[in-house]
Write a protein that binds this ligand. Structure first.
Ligand code: BGC
Length: 497
């Protein structure tokens, strides 16, 4: 096996070595695998991210609908509307902690099924809301469910998949999130907020029903010494033609001796290295400014004189769906790192252009500070007339969203599910989810203050710089996990200290 000398985080020599060492048995095994049931199990699981996309997309059409509605107690003021949108991220951060606990204690499958409860109760609370607090509680429950889902589903998929399709299936998590966001926007064009909440509660019900018939992951079963159940799960997931015993033994070789993770083990590079990489990826995903820019989208399209700003949201949602699907299709061929680099560069360039637009379009800096909105309105800032360069804002916004969808959207979630050793998976993924959602909360909540402090162009140039840092971080720190089994990735981190 590999020598003990220290190596770069994931040098090409290691990669080549891993491929050369790969037993041809793996190729033989993979050539006989039948994927239908694996796709079915993935489909059942990604109904979770679909539900959380619905939760994320819900507030955009629901807020105007609530304001137009005939219940005076529910006509949200600006600050209430901003909380209605952002309280989800706080619930989801808490969901990260809960999810990290559940996924190890109850298993991947049961944790996922349990998510359906706060989803449905959350929407039921919103549907029956008599006052603003009931709306907040409903959103908080929805957020909690979203946080648990965003942890459990990537872990479930990476553990049932095999290395040939793990990237594609793992990327379906983000694909379903953006389809959910788009689904909520489209339905919101025709449904008022209550019926929209009824519509959004359908996917978690389906997830609950379908997941009941799917297996627990073989890795989790083996870690609990439930070998016959693990073999049965592999028979379901890989079809009858392969040697299930062989895959079981391969996985077992790494899971047999595993005990509960102790805090002191965080001194061990095979634990803290992937931990830091995972948490940093989530941090970088959010400081790219994606949620602030998505929040801003409608205003930008309004400024460019798009008659129907909800149609503009649908356009943004469609760009995300298209390019996330493209990333899912190519990721197992291109690898993760190259897509992250391309994505970061596109985002950095488009955020810089966006900043230039603001610099040119804003006659006097800081003339927006009096605007009492969560985010200063672009039309207030640049006047009610369409600026001749409005197309530049729309173009750079479209490019930014495209760049995000190609890499920094799906890949942090995928890598999170791949790099942690099995016994650290719950705790470490919990820390990632917590970081992601807490940063999402901070960025969306503090965006206004940042615009006042740094001016709008300064803010977008700052996002541009953070996107460049994402690229530098990717090049030096992110391991390439394409084509490797989860056990090979674990072994890699064990060897690189
Ligand atoms: C991010 C969310 C974001 C969503 C948008 C996810 O990967 O974690 O913060 O709102 O993508 O598509």
């Amino acid at each position: 096996m590999a020598s003990e000398e220290s190596r770069p985080l994931l040098g090409t020599n290691v990669e080549a070595e891993l491929h050369a060492e790969r037993p041809s048995q793996l190729e033989v095994y993979l050539s006989k695998v039948q994927n239908q049931n694996l796709y079915l199990a993935t489909f059942a699981a990604v109904l979770g991210p679909l539900s959380f996309g619905f939760v994320l997309g819900y507030s955009s059409p629901a807020i105007p609908s609530l304001r137009r509605g005939n219940v005076p107690e529910l006509r949200l003021k600006d600050s209430q509307a901003s909380w209605f949108g952002s309280v989800v991220t706080l619930g989801a951060a808490a969901g990260g902690i809960l999810g990290g606990y559940l996924v190890d204690k109850c298993g991947r499958k049961l944790s996922l099924m349990l998510c359906a409860i706060p989803y449905v109760f959350g929407f039921a609370t919103i549907i029956s809301a008599q006052n603003v607090w009931m709306l907040y509680v409903g959103r908080l429950l929805n957020g909690l469910a979203s946080g648990v889902t965003s942890l459990v589903v990537p872990v479930y998929i990476s553990e049932v998949a095999h290395s040939k399709v793990r990237g594609m299936l793992g990327s379906c998590v983000q694909l379903m999130v953006v389809i959910g966001i788009l689904g909520a926007y489209v339905a919101g064009m025709g449904l008022e907020w209550r019926w929209l909440a009824v519509w959004c509660s359908i996917p978690p019900c389906f997830m609950l029903g379908l997941m009941a018939f799917m297996p627990e992951t073989p890795r989790f079963l083996l870690s609990r010494h439930q070998r016959p159940e693990a073999i049965a799960a592999l028979q379901f997931l890989r079809g009858p033609l392969v040697d299930h015993e062989w895959e079981c033994r391969e996985t077992e070789a790494h899971t047999e001796e595993q005990q509960e993770l102790k805090i002191a083990e965080f001194k061990n590079p095979s634990i803290y290295k992937p931990f830091l990489i995972g948490v940093a990826m989530m941090f970088f995903q959010q400081v790219s400014g994606i949620n602030a820019i998505m929040f801003y989208a409608e205003t930008i399209f309004e400024e460019a004189k798009f008659k129907n700003s909800s149609a503009a949201s649908v356009i943004v949602g469609s760009i995300q769906v298209f390019f996330t699907a493209l990333a899912a299709l190519i990721i197992d061929r291109t690898g993760r790192k190259i897509l992250l680099v391309i994505s970061g560069l596109i985002m950095a360039a488009s955020a810089a252009v966006f900043g230039i637009y603001f610099k040119i379009a804003l006659p006097t800096p800081n003339n927006f500070t009096h605007v009492n909105l969560a985010i200063p309105s672009l039309s207030v800032m640049v006047g009610t007339e369409q600026h001749p360069l409005a197309w530049l804002a729309v173009l750079s916004l479209g490019l930014f969203i495209m760049g995000f969808a190609l890499g920094w959207g799906p890949i942090p979630w995928l890598v999170m599910s791949e790099i942690f050793p099995l016994r650290a998976r719950g705790v470490a993924s919990g820390a990632c989810v917590l970081t992601n959602w807490f940063m999402a909360f901070l960025v969306t909540k503090e965006f206004h203050d940042l615009m006042v402090l740094l001016t709008p162009y300064g803010t977008f140039w700052l996002f541009s710089v953070t996107c460049l840092l994402n690229v530098v971080f990717t090049v030096f720190c992110v391991p390439e996990t394409r084509g490797k089994s989860l056990e090979e990735i674990e072994a890699h981190f064990q060897r690189t200290h």
